[in-house]
Design a protein around this ligand. Structure first.
Ligand code: ADP
Ligand code: MG
Length: 325
């Protein structure tokens, strides 16, 4: 695998008007890039380094301004048309199913979080495996886009990626080389992996980060009502970091989520996504997956610009695809 190189223009050392002692404290606490500062935010930096919160706020503001200067972020007060033009050229990842791409407005969007939730066996993990293959295209700069897969349920299977690649006439070994995998053993480990991911994302030109699944460790570890608020706070913090990673590193973040059924629901579907409001507010797009015989239904449940609509897709040799007519 060829690496993209070092952080370059976003190295901590390039921050202006910041003393060497502060830079050393930041580096010792694991902050390598200016992007890391924006991703983690002032509270996190203060906690990790012992630097006063006021100074951390200044640091984050300087970091954000630097990213605006080099074009990673938009400067404030631009026209809607400028945003519209930029969005049209934004990188999207094909899912393998035309129906699903259409539902998503052209594929999985970068700089956003897409959440897939549904009962077990509805195809969440299959979509994730397929995306690991379909993401592997050259980006605008001619670099190969790669995938980062964070596996929390021990359901990542390289064999499946290899067979999806073969079915698509792509070399399976090369495909597997371009998927970076991190297995998270518990919620704290999952947080460390996600916190450290920006460096890996930069180094390997990652364009897609998958967390399959996002809340399973938290559900297993934080049992009972008394831990509910701590659990939600931890999930909330993690989701904010993920959203900032998506925006600063210009990647697509795909999360899978389980469902819980509310037996008191008198009307409609009693199933809802776990993670409560924290989860609902963080995902840019939410897709609810259901079984429909051999096929699967994907319903766009929440999106800033799509209507609530559903489509059919199929699980097949190529990972996912469209149902046969
Ligand atoms: N090679 C394959 N071809 C077709 N379907 C498959 C293949 N491998 C797994 N499946 C189907 O995928 C489903 C499991 O989907 P999965 O994505 O693991 O569910 P979950 O939503 O729980 O993550 C099962 O119905 C299984 O039959
Ligand atoms: Mg799964």
């Amino acid at each position: 695998m060829s690496d993209k190189g070092s952080e370059g223009a976003t190295d901590i050392d390039t921050l202006k008007d910041i003393g060497p002692a502060t830079k050393t404290s930041l580096k010792e606490a694991g902050f390598r890039s200016i992007k890391d500062l924006v991703i983690r935010g002032p509270m996190d930096i203060a906690e990790a380094t012992g630097i006063a919160i006021e100074k951390c706020i200044t640091l984050c503001n300087k970091a954000r301004e630097t990213l605006e200067d080099i074009g990673v972020f938009d400067k404030p007060f631009i026209t809607a048309n400028q945003i519209y033009e930029k969005r049209k050229s934004e990188y999207r990842i094909a899912t393998g199913s035309k129906n699903l791409d259409d539902l998503l407005g052209g594929g999985i969007e970068t700089r956003a979080i897409t959440e897939l939730y549904g009962e077990f066996g509805t195809g969440k993990t299959q979509i994730c495996h397929t995306l690991c293959v379909t993401v592997q295209q050259n980006d605008a700069e001619g670099n190969l886009s790669r995938a980062l897969y964070i596996d929390t349920e021990n359901t990542f299977r390289p064999e499946r990626i290899a067979s999806i690649a073969s079915a698509r006439n792509i070399d399976p070994n090369t495909t597997l080389e371009n998927v970076i995998v991190a297995k998270a053993y518990n919620s704290s480990h999952q947080e460390v992996i996600i916190q450290e991911s920006p460096n890996v994302i930069n180094l390997h030109n990652i364009k897609l980060m998958i967390v399959d699944s996002i809340v399973s460790h938290y559900r297993a570890e934080f049992l009972g009502r008394s831990f509910l608020s701590e659990r939600q706070q931890r999930i909330n913090r993690l989701l904010h970091i993920l959203l900032r990673i998506a925006e600063t590193c210009k990647i697509a973040v795909v999360l899978t989520n389980q469902i819980q059924s509310s037996p008191d629901a008198l009307f409609g579907d009693p199933n809802k996504a776990t993670g409560g409001n924290v989860m609902a507010h963080s995902s840019t797009y939410r897709l609810y997956l259901k079984k429909s015989g051999k096929n699967r239904i994907a319903r766009m449940v929440d999106s800033p610009y799509h209507s609530e609509r559903e489509i059919l897709f199929a699980l097949n040799d190529q990972g996912i695809g469209d149902p046969q007519k």
